[in-house]
Design a protein around this ligand. Structure first.
Ligand code: SAH
Length: 215
């Protein structure tokens, strides 16, 4: 326990040097990452690395979670879509940043969706709804969203998600081939879409429509 506390302090010193948003760092300090990972990797919870969460999936590196979250520039009252609930960790952080808003998080793997839904409820993240992914990418039933975060690699910027983004909204997504992607920040304006590359990243693939093949 003492060792994990020391590692947690060290991690937040490291993140503080790279991440400008105090609100994002504070939210991340309040979310116990060790409760979102399987017992066998719990001792590694505060290393700045991605970890395996079962079903062949990973919880992102803390730095990447922080960076993607800060790019959303949340004010606190937005309705946010996450594609790829995984463990629910990213959704928990968004939850704390949205005291007057909420999160809809969609997950394709039914087991992960069910586990994350129960975990988030038990830990008291009441403004998060976890949905099992349907035939259409994202969550058309709850659209439009003020912000969208995609936590699985997309071969291209998914048009369906752009269509679910409100005018004035921001979307962050890893876009590119399976082995490495660009972290994309897209903004939907009255005139159309602006797109910026915010660095490189590596995510597990988005599967299904507008994703990679099943194989
Ligand atoms: N954000 C998560 C990590 C996501 S890993 C966390 O904080 O733990 C990527 C997740 O995307 C995986 O769980 C995978 O099952 C899911 N996924 C892949 N394709 C998807 C799709 N089309 N719709 C929803 N989820 C998808």
């Amino acid at each position: 326990m003492q060792r994990i506390n020391a590692e947690k302090s060290a991690l937040f010193v490291e993140l503080g040097a790279e991440i400008g948003s105090k609100a994002v760092l504070e939210a991340m300090e309040r979310v116990p990452r060790e409760l979102f990972v399987p017992a066998e990797v719990r001792p590694l919870a505060y290393q700045n690395i991605p970890l395996s969460i079962g079903s062949g999936q990973t919880i992102s590196q803390p730095y990447m979670v922080a960076r993607m979250t800060e790019l959303l520039e949340l004010k606190g009252d937005e309705k946010v879509l996450e594609v790829g609930t995984g463990s629910g960790y990213q959704a928990a952080i968004l939850s704390l940043l949205l005291p007057r808003g909420g999160v809809v998080s969609v997950e394709r793997d039914e087991t992960l969706a069910a586990t994350a839904g129960v975990r988030l409820e038990e830990l008291g993240y009441g403004n998060v709804t976890v949905e099992t992914a349907g035939p259409t990418l994202g969550c058309p039933d709850h659209a439009p969203f003020d912000a969208i975060i995609v936590t699985a690699a997309c071969p291209g910027l998914p048009d369906t998600l752009v269509g679910q983004l409100a005018v004035g909204g921001r979307m962050v997504a890893p876009v590119g081939p399976r082995d490495e992607q660009s972290l994309i920040l897209a903004r939907r304006t009255e005139e159309g879409l602006t797109v910026e590359v915010q660095g490189r990243c590596r995510f597990v693939p988005l599967l299904g429509p507008e994703g990679f093949g099943e194989g």
